[in-house]
Write a protein that binds this ligand. Structure first.
Ligand code: FES
Length: 159
């Protein structure tokens, strides 16, 4: 079945268009709306957004692949993004990422069997001053330690 906005989201999309001087300028919030509806931005969804905004699918795909907030594949209920860039690396992110693999069987690009967790390694989350950092869906968790991660995973497991 092809992707289309729900009637409610179609109204939101039309309202978005009135806030920007060009259709192209509404690309980021339109993608966000589509992702919230579909869970991720498949190529089909990207093509639909491109047609809505009179853009080429290649342009839209370039934007989707640039920003870590956009997901191209289905993710778990809790999507864990671990920063793998320098400041976090210097503060021990590799040990934390290894811990996720050893203890929780989670690694880059994987979704847990129960669909609860997915994990992705990303570039700088712009939280270098409180490294190492990760994002759980849209919320940041900073100054990570193994203990902090274990506590968080325990909480999320029953959420
Ligand atoms: S290097 Fe990890 S948040 Fe910037």
């Amino acid at each position: 079945m092809s992707f289309a906005f729900t009637p409610e989201n179609q109204k939101k999309f039309e309202a978005l268009l009135t806030k920007y001087p060009t259709k192209m300028a509404a690309l980021l919030p339109t993608l966000w709306l589509a992702q919230n509806q579909n869970g991720h931005l498949s190529l089909e969804v990207q093509e639909h957004v491109a047609s809505l905004l009179d853009l080429s699918p290649v342009h839209v795909h370039g934007v989707v692949t640039f920003y870590t907030m956009y997901k191209q594949k289905p993710s778990g209920k809790f999507h864990l993004q671990f920063c793998k860039t320098l400041s976090c690396g210097l503060c021990g992110s590799e040990d934390l990422i290894r811990h996720m693999k050893e203890k929780y069987k989670l690694e880059h690009g994987k979704v847990s069997e129960d669909g609860k967790f997915s994990m992705e390694l990303v570039e700088c989350l712009a939280s270098c001053g409180t490294a190492p950092a990760m994002a759980v869906n849209e919320k940041y968790v900073e100054q990570l330690t193994v203990e902090k991660i274990d506590e968080l995973m325990k909480k999320l497991s029953v959420a």
